[in-house]
Design a protein. Structure first.
Length: 388
């Protein structure tokens, strides 16, 4: 039985961690599975979920998301020691920091198969040019040590080849997939959210929702700005719903939480925009929302959009990463330029004032996600890559 070592930089529960969890738990009957990660250690949500599923997890105490020469050097040797102890047949890397350190360590230890899944290239983030160039060079150099690279979309594959990170023959496209979600009823979901958020949410409340870790690349500052713009009485024209009936709820936690809350406070929108923090099984609450928003400036293939599609929600999203492959503008969602609060405000206004059209878009989105983004397909294609 082949042994797979999954490496991930953090043990919280963002997209990369969910991806690792889905693969590890669904492939454990056919492969020997070990997962190792850095920041948050045993306290991360990923670890708690893996423990419940009986998957072995090992912490890498020096592995940090931020650049730190001493920690990075120490993390490299921790990974080398881990590989030499576990002797995996395959090392599967997830997220940017571990892409670099993990591939070097696995190559050093002569691991037969080194796979990296690209959850969005770090040099596509809003970073200073020098940092972007630095990361691009490191990814290009360490791509030589990887036997396979998984991209989550055709766009990401073409982007990888165009930037000369790796040749096309080394890249496989495997879309993320999700299992059917047991959504709460709309009244139950709204009641739970009202309790968690400490807010009044009644049948007349129009709820806009978003789920994601509070990182800069999620673009939440633009979404908050868009709500502020929409709060001006004279704009947008033709509003059908009183602004007092509209609330935005963002589910998630992360390093930007204080900055985002300060922005909300400065705009005096505390009654309209609520940061709930992390909520377990948040996808079950999607039925509470009328519209779902993804305001990211950088993405891979976000699970949250697939979940919102399964919930049949009208989605307003930015065309970054694989999102334009998931969403056809005007048919299965509404796309808006990233990093542009005014454009986002206009698109939200359009969706709110044409709810019958928006709801039909949600119906089409539901059909699309069921047909194309099933978890079993992702598991099968990844297992085939392992066994090749």
């Amino acid at each position: 039985m082949l042994k797979i070592l999954y490496l991930v930089t953090q043990s919280d529960f963002g997209g990369a961690q969910r991806y690792v969890y889905d693969l590890a738990t669904n492939l454990s009957e056919n492969f020997t599975i070990v997962v190792a990660g850095g920041e948050q250690g045993y306290e991360g949500e990923l670890v708690k979920k893996l423990n419940k599923s009986g998957i072995r997890y090992l912490p890498l105490s020096h592995l940090k998301r931020a650049i730190s020469p001493w920690h990075d050097w120490s993390a490299f040797w921790q990974i080398v020691h881990l590989i030499q102890t576990e002797k995996p047949d395959i090392v599967h890397l997830n997220s940017s920091k571990i892409s670099i350190l993990g591939s070097l360590a696995a190559w050093w230890c002569k691991v037969p198969k080194i796979i990296y899944t690209v959850h969005g290239w770090v040099f596509s983030e809003d970073l200073p040019l020098r940092k972007k160039y630095f990361y691009k060079i490191l990814e290009k150099l360490t791509a030589r040590f990887k036997t396979d690279i998984i991209c989550l979309s055709e766009w990401e594959k073409q982007n990888t080849v165009r930037r000369q990170i790796a040749p096309a023959k080394k890249i496989s496209v495997i879309y993320n997939g999700i299992a059917p979600i047991n959504f709460l009823s709309r009244p139950e979901a709204r009641a739970q959210l009202a309790k968690i958020a400490g807010a009044q949410i009644d049948d007349q409340t129009i709820l806009i929702g978003s789920i994601g870790n509070l990182y800069k690349n999620k673009g939440y500052e633009y979404l908050i700005e868009a709500i502020k713009i929409s709060n001006i009485p004279a704009s947008p024209a033709g509003r059908q719903y009183p602004i007092s009936n509209i609330k935005l709820i963002i589910i998630g936690s992360g390093p930007e939480q204080k900055n985002l809350q300060l922005q909300i406070n400065n705009y005096e929108l505390q009654n309209k925009i609520i940061l709930t923090g992390s909520i377990g099984d948040a996808a079950q609450l999607l039925s509470a929302f009328d519209i779902y928003v993804c305001s990211s400036v950088k993405e891979g293939l976000p699970y949250s959009i697939l979940e919102a599609m399964q919930a049949g929600l009208p989605i307003v999203a930015t065309p970054v990463g694989a999102i334009p492959e998931i969403i056809t503008d005007g048919q299965t969602g509404l796309l808006v330029k990233s990093g542009n609060a005014a454009a986002l405000a206009d698109k939200l206004s359009y969706a709110l004032n044409r709810l019958s059209v928006s709801k039909q878009i949600g119906v089409e989105a539901n059909k699309q996600v069921i047909a194309k983004y099933a978890l079993r397909a992702m598991i099968k294609e990844t297992a085939n890559l392992y066994s090749r």
